[in-house]
Design a protein around this ligand. Sequence first.
Ligand SMILES: Cc1cc2nc3c(=O)[nH]c(=O)nc-3n(C[C@H](O)[C@H](O)[C@H](O)COP(=O)(O)O)c2cc1C
Length: 194
Amino acid sequence: MEAMKLLRTRYSALKLDGPSTSVEAVDAMLEAASRAPDHGRLRPWRLMLIEGAARLSFGEILAASLARRNPLAGDQALAREREKALRAPLIIVVATRCDRSAKIPVVEQIVSAGCAAHGLMLAAFAQELGAMWRTGEAAYDEMVKGALGIGPDDLIIGFIYVGTDAGGVPSRPRPVVQEFVHRWTADTWKPATT
Ligand SMILES: Cc1cc2nc3c(=O)[nH]c(=O)nc-3n(C[C@H](O)[C@H](O)[C@H](O)COP(=O)(O)O)c2cc1C
């Protein structure tokens, strides 16, 4: 797909399905992630692939997280949580791996990991795959992070679900560029007087 068309038309899938994404397509997505802008060459991200039967265990972790956060959650809610792990053949967990001793501010490292996640999303779309970026409370649960091997000092940036787009083009409205862009003309700035 032509690059500008990709950037201007990408969207998150509404629904995903099998079959499993090919190794080549996944590798291309991972390479795209590795091109994330990265101040100080810290590579402040880590990616984990969850596929096949591992998704069942991930679903159990999501359900256990919900049960811990909401002890009143019923069987249906827990089953829905388990099923989230099965909504795509592949889940890529994007986490930070921040170097807190580095000179580069942690926020920049987090942003860099976010760019890696977006790289995955773009590369999925470019290859005519569907992808959706999810977090939810589970992403901030230390139990979930621990189960995935992510320490308390790091963050889950997203669970990127990848598969075949089974939901079609969403009708969600797109922002009008003029609503969030303006040309700065120095009218909000006054030079300091001595
Ligand atoms: C960090 C992050 C976390 C998100 N988490 C969720 C989520 O948990 N649930 C959800 O419905 N959308 C979530 N979204 C939003 C969707 O991934 C998606 O971007 C949004 O629905 C807009 O669709 P679009 O990507 O087609 O513009 C998240 C987006 C980001 C950037």
